[in-house]
Design a protein around this ligand. Sequence first.
Ligand code: ADP
Ligand code: TZD
Ligand code: MG
Length: 571
Amino acid sequence: MPNETKSRITDGFHLVVDALKLNGIDTIFGVAGIPITDLARLAQAEGLRYIGFRHEQSAGNAAAIAGYLTRKPGICLTVSAPGFLNGMVALANATTNGFPMIQISGSSDRAIVDLQQGDYEELDQMNAAKPYTKASFRVSKPEDIGTGVARAIHAAVSGRPGGVYLDLTSEVLGATLDADAAAQSMVRVVERAPRNIPDPESIKRALDLLASAERPLIILGKGAAYAQADDAIRSFVEKTGIPYLPMSMAKGLLPDNHKQSAAAARSLVLAQADVVMLIGARLNWLLAQGKGPRWSSTTQFVQVDISPTEIDSNRAIAAPVVADIGSAMAAFLAMLKPGQIQPKHAWLDAIAERKQHNTERMAAQLSASPNPMNFSSALRAIRDVLASKPDIYVVNEGANTLDFGRDIIDMHQPRKRLDSGTWGVMGIGMGYSIGAAVVSGKPVVAIEGDSAFGFSGMEIETICRYQLPIVVVVFNNGGIYRGDDVNHSGGDDPAPTILMKSARYDKLIEAFDGTGHHVTDPQTLTRALTAALASGKPALINCVIDPTAGTESGHLQNLNPQTQVGKGKRN
Ligand code: ADP
Ligand code: TZD
Ligand code: MG
């Protein structure tokens, strides 16, 4: 029921809080200011958890990852114009990744904004948001708040989830309304994400194709992780015996040490599979669009996806299954006959052989103890500490720090790895860490490149203020990719990719009464991480890495155009 005052009058502020509570929203991530300060204050007074950030982008990233983990839209609250735009990067990133999120922003006086008469923080926010969101709404009457919130929830969570913008003008927030009429105007969403049942024909077609395959492969993407159909997915993989590859955020959906994982034979299986079943994974740049030398041109595809327009977007899909993954996997399991799908022994043997070969090569790299540390030796220390703590969330961003981290850190539970995602964006680190810690109450280890950390580093104050169990490990190699580039002009300014190698990131957190560690070898890293996790308190480990250990653009050198003329110098 809406908050009723003695005078039986309510207002926009109360109605927004009422509508969120009525729909099971319990947390707001934001930055306060005109015109939403009182909204944040009231939400907290009314029992919602309000987490206040230092920058809207991080608040937005926290909301987005909260949405991914809970399947409820994460809420980000921002002020007008610049605050709104700061949050928009996170909202666009949520849309790109398929995370359900609603950015609620206050906006300035509509009449002045629309005539461009120069209001405080003037911007046509609803229209600015449209290209980057699944939907963008503006509420102009207090009696429409309930409908506005309900529409935003539906748009964010149904179908392929994504970012939604909800504009609340300052007039609406302050507008009063009779409490009974207000109560009538509230909308409780009955079904946030209706099931999308597959056509049985499409299931049969897909099973027939898989049964005809000699070298089948399953690729699990973060849509499969989001669907929370963990048991059904595992059961289908195990019953069919098909080898699988997890995309980075699907790691842990089945434990990384599962015998059917083909992760350590990735290039072999992509190049040689004859039928590939995509479950909640797009054939985007992360899979080379399904084309080129990494793929066979004769591969046939099964694609399980909730979005009908994803089908045929890059390669022709022989067996599309348009459905929510929970319903699709249930239908597959119901229709699958024992022994119907049997990958050929030669295929499984070839994969096993390549896995063993690659695992041995990687073990040699991991057992080396170079001085100074490189990415492998530092990550090995972290991997070993985390091995016995499978419920810890791992947040990971950077270039080399991300690429090595994805390969070296095994995940054992679903939805525990949160990373740069579809855009390869920097700046998600502290927001994702805070969002995950807040909604789960579980510890988080954020493995951050030194450049990546800088994008959201000020949020360590937020982490300390809320005393969240987050340990940030900064891989300090003195730069973007590497720390050894030189200024090609011969001048005194550092090169474009250079950061301060001597930076003591550990001292930053000490300013907020957190614990800092400075480590230069794996043994000290192991001790620092173990102690930090045992304390359950905020900590930051400045982890010194060889500045020459990384490669430019990490694994993405093929996407990095380079001048062929005079290497950036004038001829
Ligand atoms: P990855 O980056 O891990 O490869 P993507 O984000 O590219 O994964 O792909 C995820 C896909 O999963 C999207 O195409 C999205 O439409 C789909 N998806 C998301 N949630 C569901 C769901 N509940 N059921 C079915 N498909 C889903
Ligand atoms: N800005 C944004 C928002 N996203 C980006 N991806 C980039 C810039 C470009 N970029 C990368 O793609 S990785 C990266 C940048 C700046 C940082 C790499 O340096 P790092 O990691 O210190 O984080 P390593 O370990 O030194 O490679
Ligand atoms: Mg770096």
